[in-house]
Structures are given as structure tokens and as C-alpha cells.
Design a protein around this ligand. Structure first.
Ligand code: PEP
Ligand code: CO
Length: 461
């Protein structure tokens, strides 16, 4: 959603016979079984004729900004829901999520003294990988819920049937979300002169409010001081926001993969910054085949079982020319595993001199189930993994260039611990996530403060 950064020219040479649909020749994991091929073809045909959601100019501007993050000139803040839902495409939910991300980025800008690159996990985060293809309840077996892009969460045969019409609905809901975010940003919602616009009604009594207010006041003072000397500073009255989602359902992504008049190559114009999930990152799989041919900046989730021998060929396949800004690696190891799993990967990528942006996702390796049946994460584990990530990068002589978080602006109790020390019993009060547990406002802000403390204390940023 930016027009301010110049596009980076880059060569476009895709080896082999890549097309937007060449992924269909490979094994595609985590795809639904559509029952009616003609119905699917009608939906993807309609999708292919609808306007895209982002532009190639924006996509290339983000790639340029990510190249700067690789050089340590920016810090990436990527966050949002685990799974968006069509029902949550409402004004308060979208604006509250934006408020949390803006408040976190304000804390980061203030503490890191460096521009923050804001990327939402929204406007298209509608498809989810699942550990099983089907679910059985009371002797009845139905397809698993794979996100609103595919089917409905209710446990009925009608809801769980993969429905191609949902591809069109997801495109519309993404467009509605993006339209509202763009209008808010362009209308002045993100103006640094008015951080009070980002206050969330329910957090007035937050234990972290005082520290946050002090930062807001300090930034306001410096802004007024600079503007007294230099006049109004345009860059502070708006910020840029980009979008990202896991590009899991390849029929959807293919239909939104386009050529444009002024840039060479193919762009995924459903989002600025698609990523490959941990379960679909096999070198010879359909997702890697699809991703290698698009010109977007892309990311890959890297879990604890990945070895250097697997990672290096993946980097070669996805970024053969070592293009700046092209490839982000999001490590999601778990608090217990990061200490052993991450260092060999950092060493190998450094040794080979490959250009990547390293980002920490301290959420997905720390998911557990409680005795009362909730999927949760302990804040101490999330904080612990992030804390270690900074230290491990500093020790390896590499740079942690960003974080990837699941969070919401709603008053939820999904992750345990944090400023209010939520426990198992608290999860009953406001557990709303359809899939993974998200950080609430306070837990998110606390992590932003931790990032600042760590980055001042280590050389890893
Ligand atoms: C996710 O980001 O919601 C997700 C499923 O992550 P991962 O692929 O890292 O498990
Ligand atoms: Co998730």
C-alpha cells in the first residue's frame, strides 16, 4: 500500500518450463478434495477475470524495503490472525488489529530508532493447513475445516464440503478488508501526531499503559521539536502497510497470478508477500514449484526438523540469483528446540553467503493443549524463544531482522501468562480463535518492549 519507494529493477529468468499452473504436475499437500471439477473451473475462471487485490508497483516497493531490512536498515513487524474468517470482516475487528500493530510499531520505532516495515497477516489469510484430512466426532467422519477459503467450521456435511464459491467470497472479503485498511491509512488514522486514535477502549487499565504513554509522550515531544525547527514533516502523517498470507490453496493463488503491462514476469497479486507454510515446503512439492516463478518477495517457514542440507537447495530453488529482498526465512522452532535447531542453519546460510532476511516466529513451535481442551501457548515460552533468537543471531554474527506474530486487537484470553498472568481457567472467559491461540493487546505490546530491550542489549539486530 505504498507508492513512495522506488521499484528495484531485477532480472527475470525462471529456469525450466514454469507457468502459473505448473505446480499441478507436482504433489500438492494440504489441498481440499473438490467434488466437482467443472464447478471448481467455473470459480477459478471467474476469479481470474476479477481485478487483482494489490499492484506490481506495491509488490516491488515491498521487495525493496525488505532488501533494506536485510541490510539492517529496517525491522519487519508481521502480524495478525492465525486464520481470518469472513464473519470477522467487520469495522471494529479490522481497526482494532491495525491499532495493535500501529502501537507495537510505535514502540519499535521509538526503541530501535529505525523504520519499521509493517506487514499484516490479513486480507487473505483464509486457508489453513491441518494435521489430518478428516475429523471424527461421535462416529461421524467429515473433512477437516481448512479455513473459510475452503469450507465452514460447523461440523455438518454441508459446511465441511469444500465449496469453490468460497474462492470468490475470499477474494471479496480480502478486497473489503484491504479497502478499509487503505482508507484508514490514507485518511490519517496512522498519523503519528495522533497516537490517541489507536487507543483500544478495553485496555485503559492495562499494567503496560503507563510505559506506553511515556513513549507516546516522548515521541510527541520530539515531533513537535523537529516541526518547530523544520515545519510539518510529511512522512509522519502516514505509514505504509503491506499484506501477507500463507499461499496454501494453489488454485486460488494461480487464478490471481498475473502479468502486468509495465513489469516483466508473473506476480501473485492476491497479496504483497505470500509465504510457504512449514508443512508444504518440500523442495519437490507443488508450493515450491509455484513460488519459484512469481516475482513477489516470498517467505518460507522453517521448522526444527529442517537441516542445512535441506535448506540450502530450497534457497537455490527460490532465489537462484540471490536477489535482494526476495527471500525471507521465518524460523519457528519452539522455545525448547531453538537452541539446537537454529545455529546450524544460520551457520550454513552464512557460510554459503546467501542473502536472506531472518525473521522469528515464536508462536508456532510453542503450541500445546490444556487439560480443559484448549489449544494454547505460554507467554513465557513465546518470550523465551524470541529472547533466545536474538542471542543466537548475535552469537552467529547474523541479524534477526523481524518478528512474525499471531495477535488480535480483541479482548481475548487465548495465550497464558503475560502482564495479567492469565491461567488455564482464564481461557474459558474469551477464547475466540478458530485455529491457533493469539496474543492479546497487552501480550503483544510486552513483546514489542522485549524486542527493544534485546536489540539494545545485543548486536543481533
Ligand atoms: C501459521 O502461520 O498459521 C502456520 C500454520 O504456521 P507453520 O506453517 O509455521 O506451522
Ligand atoms: Co497459526
Amino acid at each position: 500500500m505504498s507508492h513512495v519507494l522506488p521499484a528495484v529493477p531485477s532480472s527475470v529468468s525462471i529456469s525450466g518450463d514454469w507457468t502459473p499452473g505448473s505446480w499441478q504436475r507436482r504433489q500438492a499437500l494440504q489441498q481440499p478434495q473438490y467434488q466437482d471439477a467443472a464447478e471448481l473451473a467455473r470459480a477459478t475462471g471467474q476469479l481470474a477475470s476479477l481485478p487483482p487485490l494489490v499492484t506490481s508497483w506495491e509488490v516491488l516497493a515491498l521487495k525493496h524495503a525488505l532488501a533494506e531490512a536485510q541490510e539492517g536498515k529496517r525491522f519487519l513487524l508481521q502480524g495478525g490472525d492465525c486464520a481470518e474468517s469472513f464473519a470477522d470482516c467487520t469495522s471494529p475487528i479490522i481497526s482494532n488489529r491495525l491499532k495493535v500493530l500501529l502501537q507495537m510499531s510505535l514502540v519499535l520505532v521509538h526503541g530501535l530508532k529505525r523504520p519499521v516495515l509493517r506487514v499484516g497477516r490479513f486480507a487473505g489469510q483464509y486457508a489453513k493447513p491441518r494435521s489430518a484430512d478428516s475429523e471424527t466426532r461421535d462416529g461421524v467422519t467429515l473433512p477437516s475445516f481448512r479455513g473459510d477459503l475452503v469450507n465452514g467450521p460447523e461440523f455438518t456435511p454441508e459446511a465441511r464440503r469444500p465449496d469453490p464459491q468460497r474462492l470468490i467470497q475470499a477474494h471479496s472479503h480480502s478486497a473489503l478488508t484491504m479497502n478499509f485498511v487503505r482508507a484508514l491509512i490514507d485518511g490519517g488514522f496512522a498519523d503519528l501526531h495522533h497516537p490517541e486514535y489507536w487507543d483500544l477502549a478495553w485496555v485503559e487499565h492495562s499494567p503496560l499503559a503507563a510505559e506506553y504513554r511515556r513513549m507516546v509522550a516522548a515521541i510527541g515531544d520530539s515531533l513537535r521539536f523537529m516541526e518547530t525547527l523544520a515545519g510539518p514533516i510529511a512522512g509522519f502523517s502516514r505509514v505504509d502497510f503491506f499484506t501477507s498470507h500463507e499461499a496454501l490453496l494453489l488454485h486460488y493463488e494461480e487464478a490471481l497470478t498475473r502479468q502486468v503491462p509495465r513489469h516483466q514476469g508473473w506476480f501473485n497479486l492476491s497479496t504483497h508477500f505470500p509465504w510457504i507454510g512449514m508443512r508444504t515446503a518440500a523442495l519437490d512439492g507443488a508450493h515450491v514449484e509455484y513460488f519459484r516463478g512469481i516475482r513477489n518477495p516470498i517467505a518460507v517457514k522453517v521448522g526444527p526438523s529442517v537441516t542445512p542440507a535441506q535448506l540450502l537447495p530450497l534457497i537455490d530453488a527460490l532465489n537462484p540469483e540471490d536477489e535482494p529482498g526476495r527471500l525471507t526465512l521465518i524460523h519457528r522452532m519452539g522455545n525448547a528446540q531453538i537452541g539446537s535447531a537454529l545455529p546450524p542453519l544460520l551457520a550454513a546460510v552464512k557460510r554459503e553467503g546467501r542473502r536472506v532476511l531472518w525473521v522469528a516466529d515464536p508462536m508456532h513451535g510453542n503450541t500445546e493443549s490444556t487439560s480443559n481442551g484448549y489449544k494454547t501457548r505460554r507467554f513465557d515460552n513465546i518470550r523465551g524463544e524470541l529472547d533466545q533468537a536474538f542471542d543466537i543471531h548475535a552469537a552467529a554474527g547474523t541479524r534477526l531482522g523481524g518478528v512474525h506474530l499471531e495477535l488480535t486487537g480483541e479482548d481475548v484470553t487465548e495465550c497464558m501468562g503475560g502482564a495479567r498472568d492469565l491461567n488455564e481457567a482464564d481461557l474459558d472467559r474469551a477464547y475466540k480463535s478458530m485455529v491457533d491461540p493469539r496474543l492479546n493487546y497487552e501480550q503483544s505490546l510486552e513483546l514489542a518492549m522485549l524486542i527493544v530491550r534485546k536489540s539494545v542489549g545485543t548486536t543481533g539486530v
